[in-house]
Design a protein around this ligand. Structure first.
Ligand code: SF4
Length: 279
């Protein structure tokens, strides 16, 4: 297959997609908020869910961002052989910059040392994934940094095993407390090496909310961890309650026999995500 998608089309799709993501929560999140509201007995936790549901409705109706932090853009480009990627990163950045301008979104990307704002909320962090089936998808995540800042990575001794992984994930959520704006989606990357585990944790957050890992053993670990996280009692926005996390997503890959990398990437309740299909 030889495919050259018009750069203008990519830019426009990214612009629309980024705006959409900033204004509309994924349906799965809204559904889960409704379920959690029924489950919670703590009046403060219930009130938080009522406000989050109202906030989602207002954002969609009034076309205003779900949260003032419209994120650092994280993008995954999934492509198969024959897809021409020349000019694609530029088109993605232009699309995001236009969305920021048109939607009056906050520009939050700055030089790390001078802290000078780039003014366009770009450059986006773009990852590339080669896939075998005929594909050209662009996945967009405006990622809030309240939750990003509380994310952690550990190179555990392999002897710590599954118990060590669980302890690390639980400690990360516990130490984060209310800072990452719970209820959370907890992305966990296990295996690979130092940088790969961090990517796996981020990749886990790109899964549709609540979609379990295809491997039943890993899916079981997701369930166990979710229960253990929710028994911490941090609750929505840290006010206490049964719902500290809505979902746990885990991605795993093989690693060196001498290491056990584990990364935890926290996603806040404003778990914005938009997946665009270009082929
Ligand atoms: S962490 Fe999420 S909910 Fe909290 S301020 Fe940032 S984007 Fe908003």
């Amino acid at each position: 297959m030889n495919a050259k998608v018009e750069l203008e089309r990519i830019k426009d799709a990214v612009k629309e997609g980024y705006l959409f993501a900033c204004l509309r929560l994924p349906e799965e999140m809204v559904k889960k908020f409704e379920e959690a509201l029924k489950l919670e007995e703590n009046p403060l936790a219930r009130r938080v869910f009522e406000i989050l549901l109202e906030n989602a409705k207002i954002a969609e109706r009034e076309k205003i961002p779900l949260c003032q932090d419209t994120g650092i853009p994280v993008v995954i480009v999934r492509f198969s052989s024959g897809v021409d990627l020349s000019g694609v990163p530029e088109a993605i950045n232009e699309g995001i910059a236009e969305a920021v301008k048109e939607g009056y979104l906050r520009s939050s990307v700055a030089h790390p040392l001078t802290r000078k704002n780039t003014g366009t909320n770009t450059p986006a962090i773009i990852h590339y994934e080669y896939v075998s089936n005929e594909t050209f998808d662009i996945w967009l995540m405006p990622k809030g940094c309240g939750s990003e800042n509380m994310s952690r990575l550990a190179m555990l001794p392999p002897a710590r095993g599954i118990q060590g992984i669980k302890e690390f994930v639980l400690n990360t959520v516990k130490e984060a407390g209310p800072n990452p704006c719970p209820p959370l989606i907890v992305g966990v990357g296990i295996g690979g090496n130092f940088e790969r585990s961090a990517y796996l944790a981020k990749r886990a957050l790109f899964r549709n909310p609540g979609e379990p890992n295809r491997d039943p053993e890993v899916a079981e670990l997701e369930k166990e961890l979710l229960e253990e996280i929710n028994s911490l009692g941090i609750g929505p926005l840290g006010f206490g309650g049964k719902t500290t996390a809505l979902f746990v997503h885990i991605e795993i890959e093989p690693c060196h026999i001498a290491s056990l990398p584990v990364a935890v990437n926290l996603q806040c309740h404003s778990a914005r995500l938009k997946k665009i299909k270009l082929l």
